[in-house]
Design a protein around this ligand. Structure first.
Ligand SMILES: CC(C)(COP(=O)(O)OP(=O)(O)OC[C@H]1O[C@@H](n2cnc3c(N)ncnc32)[C@H](O)[C@@H]1OP(=O)(O)O)[C@@H](O)C(=O)NCCC(=O)NCCS
Length: 413
């Protein structure tokens, strides 16, 4: 199974060479008995569970205590202390919170880079209207690379790419939504915050402060999460010294899956299908008996409440009160109680974010792209960190196939 990979220190493995089995290892093949069975049983759990694959100073998760920490700061303190998303991006990228003038400069920098290359906008119009927005986003982010001719791999050049990716991901998602739904494009407004501008580009209306704060908190909560599947993908790509656009394009592809970021959209589809809180228990009961996975529940790392869900649950309730519709919150609460009792599973970030976004009037197919609008801050932070102390990430496979088959020429098969 995979062994520990450390960045930059030249010591890639904590296993003695004698324990290594590799399909590319002639020494192992030469000494192995002539057999058609797998040479050794797995040393680790599937899915790289519990494997340390990098060192990082960006994000810490305590899965038993239910703590999420960005650069040493607890997510509860960040949210309750009133930080905005831009402060959190700065924290992730700079390893410190900005002071007032640094924040003002940073906001200006981000807002200056919101506009997309016109070729990318033109191409968005050619994407089929029924294409999933995550596919449009993945394609357009990949395309941004074509219009950034700075090939340097310096920290400054890569920092600017991170700025562009952060700002332009939001514009792509909003523009694609306008185009797909045959609305006129709403150009970014540099006077608005990242959260406010995104909602403005989506709706054409400047949102009120409460809505902006709720959305800002959603962006903060989704900003980073250690070596989740998409961030790991980004780091693997960056570790080949490929460019940042490639790393983020790959990360978007990983985020799209329903076991990762794609779960939030599936949660809302489930809530709509259930239709009424009184039907929640019956629906979940039969889903469990059919051994179906309930989207928005369970987590590889948390064995207790996901701290992001704590805030999202509160916002789901507050958004329900705000618009006078408690149905989705009540249904979510019933599902949560039922699954905790039956399966001892807790809601993850995707469960309550679904009803929060829905109550904000956001279309379901935008839920996962919005995850990307936030997570691009963490992806780029990890890519910058990877570049700063790089070593190729190349784990091993535990080979389970035959090793000494006899080659039979084509004409004799
Ligand atoms: C997040 C997730 C992929 C983690 O997966 P994992 O660490 O590989 O855990 P497993 O899928 O092996 O699940 C372990 C056990 O819990 C059960 N389980 C985990 N999540 C479950 C869920 N959402 N619904 C029902 N059962 C679940 C599994 O069936 C399995 O039970 P078993 O041992 O009896 O077979 C998984 O919990 C899941 O699929 N959740 C739904 C998708 C989701 O919300 N993803 C967003 C994550 S932030």
């Amino acid at each position: 199974m995979a062994t520990e990979v450390k960045n930059g220190n030249g010591k890639a493995t904590d296993k003695p060479a004698s324990e290594k089995i590799s399909s590319t290892s002639p020494a192992t093949a030469a000494t192995a008995p002539a057999t058609s069975t797998a040479p050794e049983k797995s040393q680790g759990k599937a899915g790289l569970e519990d494997i340390v694959a990098a060192t990082s100073k960006i994000c810490f998760i305590d899965g038993d205590e239910g703590r999420l920490v960005y650069r040493g700061y607890d997510i509860h303190d960040i949210v309750n202390g009133g930080a905005c998303f831009e402060e959190v991006i700065y924290l992730l990228w700079h390893d410190k919170f900005p002071n007032k003038s640094e924040l003002a400069d940073f906001r200006k920098l981000l807002s200056q880079h919101r506009r997309l290359p016109r070729e990318v906008v033109a191409h968005l119009y050619t994407i089929p209207n029924n294409a999933p927005p995550m596919e449009a986003l993945r394609t357009a982010v990949s395309e941004l690379a074509l219009y950034d001719d700075d090939e340097r791999m310096t920290p400054e050049a890569n920092y600017l790419k991170a700025v562009k990716l952060l700002s332009q991901t939001a514009t792509i998602v909003a523009f694609d939504d306008c185009i797909r739904n045959e609305r006129d494009l709403v150009q970014p407004d540099p006077s608005l915050s990242h959260a406010a501008n995104f909602l403005y580009m989506l709706t054409g209306k400047v949102p009120d402060d409460e809505l902006v704060r709720f959305f800002d908190i959603c962006l903060i909560l989704h900003a980073d999460h250690e070596l989740n599947a998409s961030t790991f993908t980004a780091r693997v790509i960056a570790a080949t010294l490929s460019d940042m656009y490639s790393a983020i394009t790959g990360a978007i592809g990983a985020l799209k899956g329903p076991l990762h970021g794609g779960a939030n959209e599936q949660v809302m589809k489930m809530l709509v299908e259930i239709g009424d809180p009184s039907r929640a228990d019956g629906y979940i009961k039969s889903a469990i008996s059919e051994k179906k996975k309930i989207m928005g529940f369970g987590h590889r790392v948390y064995h207790t409440e996901d701290p992001r869900a704590t805030h999202l649950r509160k916002m789901s309730e507050a958004m329900g009160e705000r618009i006078g519709n408690m149905k989705w919150y009540e249904m979510s609460r019933r599902i949560e109680a039922f699954i905790l009792q039956e399966k001892k599973l807790y809601p993850n970030v995707d469960f309550y974010s679904a009803s929060v976004y829905y109550l904000m009037g956001i279309q379901m197919d935008l839920f996962t792209p919005i995850f990307a609008v936030s997570r691009v801050s963490g992806w780029t932070a990890h890519v910058l960190e990877q570049y700063s102390n790089n070593r190729l990430i190349r784990p091993m496979a535990e080979y389970t196939g035959p090793t000494h088959e006899k080659y039979v020429p084509l004409e004799s098969r």
